[in-house]
Design a protein around this ligand. Structure first.
Ligand code: ZN
Length: 303
């Protein structure tokens, strides 16, 4: 029966019975698929190991999905590596990214910065391209973290990568300014708008425990997972409309559900930097269907 005819036939039952039946009918209607996204992370594009050819194959694979994704989320480590590289090398990597995306992809893309999209070249500190600026210019981003709303979902793109206290290496964190921004983003959203968060470094992942030769303790580095995990998780706990957090960085695929939030570390398009699988995770991307009630279906696709 169509919803209208269900309601029509129920109107004869009287007001007392009608109210719960209308709720039931509404519930049947609330789970509508609103969009499909592809999450491509850790592409590490460079002209070696046939990476450009394989990346084009991946893009075609994404666009041949039926239904075709409405949006691509690029999870960072867009280029092979910028850190302390020569400018000519960096320019070449970005030229390749832009050419391939223009020629081979007609789905809109939103980008997140990874640690390899940042130029921590101390010799050139003070130059306009130092840090994240070069990549932000390439991607026409005015801020490395931002949000947008699409098809009833709120998307929050985070900037995970910051220099460590000694200034020589990076760690995963938001920093105070971005954390306050995130608090306000969530506070100012109606509680029924589902939220998807994308970061490059995972907020929470079990992949770091998959290590060889563990005797009696695991070592986790601050650059491998967010160091402010507890703080972010506590914030999400106050906003149950946060449903899904996507990340990359580890090149392994896992899914952790904690306090009703699903944290997916979505493998890598490049696998082991274009040399096959990283452990048991083959090169791939995430395909995710989002529903209006905040639920989702997701798969990791080996292309
Ligand atoms: Zn990374």
């Amino acid at each position: 029966m169509k919803r209208r005819s269900v309601l029509k036939s129920l109107t004869g039952l009287g007001g007392l019975l009608l109210a719960p039946y209308i709720n039931f009918a509404n519930n049947l209607n609330t789970k509508t698929k609103v969009m499909r996204i592809a999450h491509l992370t850790d592409i590490h594009l460079k002209d070696h190991f046939d990476a450009p050819k394989k990346f084009v194959k991946c893009l075609h694979h994404v666009q041949q999905q039926y239904p075709k994704p409405d949006l691509i989320l690029n999870g960072g480590d867009i280029v092979y590596d910028m850190n302390k590289e020569q400018l000519s090398t960096i320019n070449g990597q970005w030229k390749l990214v832009k050419e391939i995306m223009a020629q081979e992809c007609n789905i809109p893309v939103q980008y997140c910065l990874g640690n390899h999209d940042i130029w921590w070249n101390e010799d050139n500190k003070g130059q306009a391209i130092y840090g994240k600026q070069y990549s932000m210019d390439q991607l026409k981003l005015s801020s490395p973290y931002y949000s947008f709303i699409k098809n009833g979902w709120k998307f929050i793109i985070l900037d995970s990568v910051h220099l460590d206290i000694d200034g020589t290496w990076y760690i995963g964190k938001l920093g105070e300014v971005q954390f306050t921004w995130l608090e306000n983003e969530l506070k100012n959203m109606p509680a029924d708008v589902p939220v998807l968060v994308m970061s490059h470094i995972p907020i929470l992942t079990a992949t770091l425990m998959v290590e060889d030769n563990i005797v009696n303790k695991w070592e986790m580095l601050g650059g491998d997972m967010h160091t402010d995990t507890a703080k972010i998780i506590n914030l999400f706990y106050q906003h149950p409309n946060v449903k899904l957090c996507l990340s990359g960085h580890i090149h392994l695929r896992d899914k952790v559900v904690y306090n009703g939030v699903t944290y997916i570390c979505n493998g890598a398009v490049s696998g082991a930097w274009w040399e096959g699988n990283k452990r048991e995770t083959a090169p791939g991307y995430g395909l995710i269907d989002l529903y209006s009630d905040g639920s989702f279906d997701e798969h990791y696709i080996n292309y």
